[in-house]
Design a protein around this ligand. Structure first.
Ligand code: AP5
Length: 227
C-alpha cells in the first residue's frame, strides 16, 4: 500500500469492543505526538452537538449495530485529512468491515500514503464483557475508567477534571452482547485481510494495561526498546 517514501506513522487499532483499543490508542498518541482518531468518539461528539449525523449514528449505536459505511467513511476520511493528522494518526474503530477497509485502502493509495501497522489486540470474550459493563467515562474530558480494573481515586468522579462519570448507553449488557456478535460477523474478518497484506501485529490484550502497552511498543519498535 502507498509508496516507500511515505514516512507517516499511521496505525490502526483492531480488536473487539472492550479489547482496550481506546486505552492503548491514547497512550500511543501521546508517545508519537499524533492524534487518536476514534470513529465512535466522532459519532458521540456529533450526537452531543445535536447534528443530523449524530442522530443518524445514534439509531445504530444504541442497537449495537454498525453505522452505514458511506456515513462512516466520509466522516473518517475528512478527520484523517485535518492538519494535525498530516504526519500520522492512531485510528481506533475504523475500518470495521471489509468494505470499509477496501474503501480506506483505495483512499490511501490515491493519497500516496500507507499504513505502518494494524495492531490487533485480542482478548477472551468473558473478559470483554466484564470490561465493557464496568467501564465508566467522563462526559467532560472523555477520560475512561473501569470500576474494578482502573477505578478513579474517588468513586464515580473523574480524577482529571472532577466531573461525574457516566456509563455509555451501549455498555448495557444486552447491547454489549449484540456488539460482540457484530464484531465476530463483520470486523473479525479484517484480521485475515490485514495479515494477508503483511500489516498485522498481534498483541495479547488479556494482561494489565501497562503490560499491553509494553507488548505493543516492543512489536512496533523492536530492538530500539522503549521507556
Ligand atoms: P466504539 O466507540 O469504537 O466502541 P468499540 O469498538 O465497541 O470499542 P470500545 O470503545 O467499546 O472498546 P475499546 O476496545 O476502545 O476498549 P477501552 O480501551 O475503552 O464504537 C461504538 C459504536 O459506534 C459501534 O458499536 C458502532 O455502532 C459505531 N461505530 C464506530 N465506528 C464505526 C465504524 N467504523 N463503522 C460503523 N459503525 C461504527 O477499554 C474498555 C474498558 O476496559 C475500560 O473501562 C478500560 O479502562 C478497561 N481496560 C482496557 N484495557 C484494559 C486492560 N488491559 N486490563 C484491564 N482493563 C482494561
Amino acid at each position: 500500500m502507498g509508496t516507500p517514501r511515505d514516512a507517516g506513522m499511521r496505525l490502526v487499532m483492531l480488536g473487539a469492543p472492550g479489547a482496550g483499543k481506546g486505552t492503548q490508542a491514547d497512550r500511543l498518541a501521546v508517545r508519537y505526538g499524533i492524534p487518536h482518531v476514534s470513529t465512535g468518539d466522532l459519532f458521540r461528539a456529533n450526537l452531543s452537538q445535536g447534528t443530523a449525523l449524530g442522530q443518524t449514528a445514534q439509531r445504530f449505536m444504541s442497537q449495537g449495530q454498525l453505522v452505514p459505511d458511506e456515513v462512516t467513511e466520509a466522516m473518517a476520511w475528512e478527520r484523517l485529512n485535518a492538519g494535525d493528522a498530516e504526519t500520522g494518526y492512531i485510528l481506533d474503530g475504523f475500518p470495521r468491515n471489509v468494505a470499509q477497509a477496501q474503501h480506506f485502502e483505495s483512499k490511501l493509495v490515491l493519497a500516496q500514503q500507507s499504513l505502518r501497522a494494524v495492531v490487533h489486540i485480542y482478548v477472551e470474550p468473558v473478559v470483554l464483557e466484564r470490561r465493557l459493563t464496568g467501564r465508566r467515562t467522563c462526559p467532560g474530558c472523555k477520560a475512561s475508567y473501569h470500576v474494578v480494573f482502573n477505578p478513579p481515586a474517588l468513586a464515580g468522579i473523574c480524577d482529571a477534571c472532577g466531573a461525574e462519570l457516566v456509563q455509555r448507553d451501549d455498555d448495557r449488557p444486552e447491547t454489549v452482547k449484540k456488539r460482540l456478535e457484530v464484531y465476530m460477523d463483520e470486523t473479525a474478518p479484517l484480521v485475515n485481510y490485514y495479515s494477508e497484506r503483511g500489516l498485522l501485529v498481534m498483541v495479547d490484550g488479556n494482561w494489565p494495561v501497562d503490560n499491553v502497552t509494553d507488548a505493543i511498543l516492543a512489536r512496533l519498535e523492536g530492538d530500539r526498546g522503549h521507556d
